[in-house]
Design a protein around this ligand. Structure first.
Ligand SMILES: [Zn+2]
Length: 770
């Protein structure tokens, strides 16, 4: 049994009882509703957001691994405010030699330290990946003054920008692309030793407008690496120049297929639109041929994308390309995959199907996928951008793969494609709140995984899978409501816990009907807008009529865990008040009392008692039994009977079994009590007691169960749906937990542990056959 956890203190003020009440409404924690964001969680009648359009020309220099670009930004001030400056994000400055990202990284030298780690302790001295800004000008070609503060650039407007006005400016820049496998990063390049070719994944690559909104003003928290981005929506017109034999995978729609694609490729692409399985547009054979010839000319791919918050692309002559049309409510979306031969046969078989599956399942639970394409690129990682994402999935050289690679790949594709919805369309502030996109997305990922195949091995979503994290050392975990850069245990905190919490809401607390409606309502309200945590919390309540403040408070604002114990069960038998019946019972109970030890020993020695030897010493009290019913008892019983109507009598006649159960909240999180009464005859009943039972006392509550038959065992949370961290105390009587051990003789070989081999199951199966 675990000790009671101290609750994370998020309350203010003096009154401890009031402030620690787990059902206290969130009024103090949530911002006051206003004309921009309503108390219902919907955008207000004066909601506004900024817009930024981009025209960009970029080119990759394959020899230098350098990206050069020129962009024109048109910024629309839809706010009611006059702006005197604009803030622009220079994410690549995270890779500048003097980057804070390197400086704030904690390091230690272990007994065995990797040389690369030690060389990179202050970053990479020979590599400057920062944004080189060459020119910033207004529409008339006049220089604009600007100040760079690490990953942020302030552009001082020549004239204040009035509400409703727009301002255009251009920036010329370049940066050195990072070696992604050596230095890490969401984008970069990967060169394949065998053939000397490179896959570029170009992300966070151009100076991008920061968000200005009603909530924060400018969101210009420095980019340190964990907190992703806050970005405004806009339209993009992008020309990408790459080596002429490269295939580009990109956000948006290709505008110049006639300049770029062969007739055969265009024909295959047309076929793919109506195909019911992926059609290969660039084959492995064709890609392999290009790997050897390595053309030296260039080609320019022209893309347009409407109403997106960002733009990314991949480029390589190694790319195999397949596609399949997906019907989303009557509109055809092209699900597509780009991957090197190293990812086959796995990627070819599953990637585009996983993209299509994600679009279908997410569209059902949120909004119809609105963009023309959705792309999965194999780049041995996992990172998302509008319409395009980069994932992993490379089998062994012999084409076999472990279940971890197969399901990991399908899951990462679902996850990253799923990010199109959160946060690319339901555009939350990632730099502030990781859970708002990762948590909601991981929850939907779980739904999509479970719709992929039966018993899909989902890592996150089921309540059981978060238990180890929830019972962890309190100093090593943070509340979900923690800024992205300060989260301890990132994956569990911002992905696993919120995904599990939402699944518990759906399956246990709200039920699927209420939950699904409210969740979809949130997605619809905030699609192509910028929601904040309160907008989510409020919408889920507003659309369902379920008070969830206690749930958000416990699961999102604290680090408490669920541990509900059955502390005690008392069997309460009905007193019939019938003197005859009760007399028999009373005497039976007395006669069944254990004998005291002196009496037992006296019987053994056959102690001859005086009164037995001299019966004349006996009087009334030697035969009197205080448990005998007397005339008063009979009179009282008659009176009692008279007072009962026929319903009362019937109820009493039907023999009831009454159990008084004491529950203890050890973990701190209040939750519904789900209890299964398992009867002696093998049947059972499951009862659901809402969390509000803890309203007056969140430590101990008692509940009476009136049953028609005797109960053999009581079990709290029998289906493990609440993430209870100690299930031993969920049973009454307690159940012995069985664990197994193996015996072996010293000197003999040790027993084999399950799955200890180096071969994956597909390889083992081949060996088994031999
Ligand atoms: Zn993610």
């Amino acid at each position: 049994m675990l000790a009671t956890f101290a609750s994370t203190n998020l309350a203010f003020g003096q009154n401890e009882f009031y402030n620690n009440n787990k059902f206290k409404q969130l009024d103090e924690e949530l911002p006051t509703p206003n004309v921009y964001r309503t108390g219902s969680g919907a955008p207000g009648h004066e909601y506004w957001q900024q817009k930024a359009d981009y025209v960009i020309e970029a080119s990759i220099d394959e020899k230098l691994h350098r990206l050069t670009g020129a962009e024109t930004v048109t910024y629309f001030n839809n706010s009611p405010d006059v702006l005197t400056y604009l803030w622009i994000q220079l994410d690549q400055n995270m890779r500048a030699t003097d980057s804070d990202t390197y400086k704030i990284r904690q390091n230690k030298v272990g007994k065995k330290t990797n040389i690369n780690q030690l060389a990179a302790v202050d970053g990479f001295p020979d590599y400057d990946g920062g944004h080189k800004i060459q020119k910033v000008q207004d529409a008339n070609g006049k220089d604009i003054s600007y100040t760079i503060n690490k990953t942020m650039m302030r552009l001082d407007l020549p004239q204040p920008l009035q509400p409703g006005e727009q301002f255009s400016f251009s920036i010329d820049w370049y940066y050195n692309i990072n070696d992604r496998l050596l230095m890490g990063g969401r984008g970069g390049y990967e060169t394949f030793a065998e053939d000397g070719n490179t896959i570029y994944t170009i992300t966070q690559w151009f100076p991008r407008m920061a968000v200005y909104d009603d909530f924060n003003g400018w969101q210009h928290k420095q980019f340190l690496g964990n907190g992703e981005f806050a970005l405004a929506f806009g339209d993009y017109d992008v020309k990408i120049t790459v080596p002429s034999d490269h295939i580009v995978a990109s956000t948006g729609e290709l505008q110049n297929p006639d300049d770029i694609l062969s007739d055969e490729e265009k024909k295959r692409f047309e076929e793919a639109k109506t195909a019911d399985k992926p059609v290969v547009i660039v084959t492995q054979k064709e890609a392999e041929k290009k790997e050897k010839t390595k053309e030296s000319g260039t080609k320019t791919w022209h893309y347009k994308a409407t109403n997106v918050r960002d733009f990314a692309f991949g480029s390589s002559r190694k790319f195999i390309w397949d596609a399949m049309g997906v019907d989303i409510n009557g509109k055809t979306v092209m699900a597509m995959s780009y991957y090197p031969k190293e990812a086959n046969p796995l990627y070819g078989q599953y990637s585009t199907e996983a993209v299509a599956h994600t679009l279908e399942v997410y569209s059902k639970h949120t909004i119809d996928y609105p963009y023309p394409v959705a792309i999965s690129v194999e780049a041995s990682n996992g990172m998302e951008y509008p319409m395009i994402c980069f994932n992993y999935g490379r089998p062994e050289k012999d084409g076999t793969y472990s279940p971890r690679i197969k399901y990991g790949m399908i899951s990462v594709i679902i996850h990253e494609v799923g990010h199109n919805f959160f946060p690319m369309i339901i555009n939350s502030d990632e730099r502030q709140w990781t859970w708002m996109d990762e948590g909601l997305n991981t929850f939907c990922q779980y739904l999509a995984e479970q719709e992929w195949e039966e018993n899909y091995p989902s890592r996150r979503g089921p309540a059981e899978n978060i238990v180890n994290y929830m019972k962890g050392e309190k100093n090593n975990i943070s509340p979900i409501m923690t800024n992205s850069e300060s989260i301890k245990q990132f994956g569990n905190n911002a992905y696993g816990k919120p995904a599990t919490a939402l699944n518990i809401l759906r399956e246990t607390i709200m039920g699927r009907e209420l939950f699904d409606y409210a969740f979809k309502e949130y997605a619809q309200r905030w699609a192509f807008k910028h929601p904040k945590p309160a907008d989510f919390y409020r919408t889920m309540e507003d659309a369902s009529a379920v008070d969830l403040d206690w749930f958000w408070r416990g699961w999102f604002f604290t680090t408490e865990a669920v541990d509900i114990a059955i502390e005690d069960v008392e069997y309460k038998e009905l007193d019939t008040q019938d003197p005859k019946v009760e007399e028999k019972k009373r005497k039976g109970e007395r006669d069944n009392q254990p004998k005291d030890i002196t009496s037992i020993h006296n019987e053994e020695v056959n102690l001859g008692r005086r009164v037995d030897r001299k019966p004349e010493l006996k009087d009334f009290y030697n035969s009197y039994d205080e448990l005998d019913a007397d005339y008063e008892d009979y009179e009282a019983y008659k009176k009692y009977q008279k007072g009962l109507n026929s319903n009362d009598k019937a109820w009493i006649a039907a023999k009831k079994y009454v159990y008084q159960v004491k529950f203890k909240n050890i973990g701190g999180l209040v939750m519904p009590i789900i209890i299964e009464l398992q009867y002696e005859d093998g049947t059972s009943d499951k009862k659901y007691i809402p969390a509000e039972i803890w309203k007056m006392d969140d430590e101990v509550v008692s509940k009476v169960f009136v049953c028609d038959k005797p109960v053999a065992q009581l079990v709290v949370d029998p289906n493990r749906e609440t993430a209870d961290i100690d299930t031993e105390n969920n049973y009454f009587p307690r159940q012995t937990q069985i664990s197994r051990f193996q015996l072996y003789k010293s000197g003999a070989s040790q027993p084999r542990t399950y799955d200890s081999g180096q071969l994956n199951p597909m390889q083992k199966a081949k060996k088994n056959k031999k």
